[in-house]
Design a protein around this ligand. Structure first.
Ligand code: AMP
Length: 435
């Protein structure tokens, strides 16, 4: 948080009231940096991860500017008759309902969360919003578009589908936001994003938000933004200071029991567990449920309805444990997650940062516990290189493996050169178990 206040940012009173209702007292760092530049009409290239308040950083100026535009449109006529005014008002209503703001999101869950945030911040404004995502009824979305919307939050696939069907036009879009651009590129959406951008009118303001920067993100930014201002908070390779992040060395066969043991901690009231695969997520959720621990799996094979219900139940505290895969990580914006448990370490160290960033949101504290078996030492090393931090070891559990800890501390693992699949999974042909 910063010493700046929201009113210092010259936000409209209606927006300030909505922020007060949301319980926000001060802008976060990214909000304080991005909002003034956006309100000046600048294009923005922002580097910020989820949990920093980045959504409001682009939604608030977009709402403010769209609102001001719509007010200008409805301004006094220049000497025209009452009848003219009436017909102008009608036209205005029609004009105001053209898509003026467009946010592209890599996942359905993120799109729906952005939509919810827009609804929250726009509660005292006339602007309306719809999310256009796959997995939900196309006909319903077409009907919503026909009624008229000001702001669209969309995933690239569904938006292109609607564009091809000529059910939506982007020719009036004044604000174009690419959220989590890095993830969008990772998911192979680059051509779709460029195709969509070509259909948005040229005279517009564009914001690109990305948790990480890369050549691909830079190249996208060069082609879509005009003389952008750059804002960055929390370099992407840093781990939130409010997260107590620890590593637990454990043999693979003991991981399930260790998780159950960790969940016996009553302070772990809202727990998000990450597994490497969807089937691992299903199996782990089922095992925990058998142990009478409320757990649900959430991943891309689940229907949109099931995913939403799982997230809602988790949010409302009806389910204590959610078991997810990486694709879901960024879409999970649930407050009050006390613990993130990495059942498997991610292959990509950036995902480690995203996963554990689901806890300790907006200034709160959280605990991240990462399980590491023998095969994962290499991944742990690359996570530590990436975050420039050595994770604290938590050996205070019944399944601690001093052997794996020793292997980790050796400068070069004797298994490193064998490759993960080719070599033996455990030292000395698998006989040298723990301790
Ligand atoms: P985001 O990084 O946009 O995903 O936001 C992370 C969380 O912080 C969300 O739950 C927001 O509702 C919350 N949030 C955003 N801005 C603020 C703020 N200025 N004060 C308190 N909470 C905030």
């Amino acid at each position: 948080m910063t010493s700046t206040t929201f009113s210092d940012l010259h936000l409209d009173e209606r927006i300030l009231n909505a922020l007060e209702d949301a319980g926000y007292s001060t802008p976060t760092e990214i909000q304080a940096a991005a909002i003034p530049l956006a309100l000046e009409g600048k294009d923005l290239m922002a580097s910020a991860q989820t949990g920093t308040g980045k959504t409001a950083a682009f939604v608030l100026p977009m709402l403010q500017l769209l609102y001001q535009e719509s007010e200008k449109d409805s301004g006094k006529g220049n000497g025209s008759s009452e009848k003219d005014e009436d017909s102008k008002k009608k036209k205005k209503t029609r004009r105001a309902r053209k898509v003026r703001g467009l946010v592209l999101s890599p996942t359905r869950e993120l799109a729906q969360q952005i939509e919810e945030n827009v609804e929250q911040y726009a509660k005292y404004l006339p602007q309306n919003v719809v999310s256009l995502v796959g997995g939900l009824s196309l006909q319903r979305q077409i009907k919503q578009l026909q009624k008229g919307v000001d702001i669209v939050i969309a995933t690239p696939g569904r938006l292109l589908d609607l564009l091809q069907r000529k059910e939506i036009s982007l020719r009036d879009v004044d604000f174009f936001v690419l959220d989590e651009a890095d993830r969008m590129l990772d998911m192979g959406f680059v051509d779709d994003v460029r195709d969509i951008a070509r259909r948005v009118k040229k005279e517009r303001q564009t914001f690109l938000f990305s948790a990480t920067t890369s050549d691909a993100v830079e190249s996208l930014s060069r082609s879509l933004l005009t003389e952008p201002e750059r804002v960055a908070v929390h370099p992407p390779d840093t781990v939130g200071e409010n997260i107590d992040s620890r590593i637990l060395f454990v043999e693979r066969k003991d991981k399930r029991d260790l998780v159950a043991d960790l969940l016996s901690d009553e302070s772990a009231t809202r727990v998000l567990i990450f597994t490497a695969t969807k089937s691992d997520a299903n199996v782990l959720a089922a095992i925990l449920s058998r142990k009478e621990i409320d757990a649900l799996a959430i991943h891309s094979d689940k229907s949109q309805k099931d995913r939403q219900r799982a997230l809602q139940d988790f949010d409302e505290g009806k389910v204590r444990v959610l078991v997810a895969t990486d694709v879901m990580a960024r879409g999970i914006d649930v407050g009050g997650i006390t613990h993130v448990i990495n059942y498997d370490l991610p292959n990509d160290p950036e995902n480690f940062v995203h996963r554990i960033g689901r806890t300790a949101r907006a200034g709160t504290k959280g605990i991240a516990l990462s399980l590491c078996d023998l095969d994962e030492i290499k991944m742990l090393r690359s996570i530590e290189r990436f975050t420039k931090k050595t994770l604290a070891v938590d050996s205070d559990h019944p399944y601690h493996s001093p052997l794996i800890e020793t292997m980790k501390n050796q400068r070069q693992s004797p298994f490193a050169r064998r490759g993960r699949r080719g070599g033996r999974a455990t030292p000395r042909g698998g006989r040298g178990g723990r301790r």
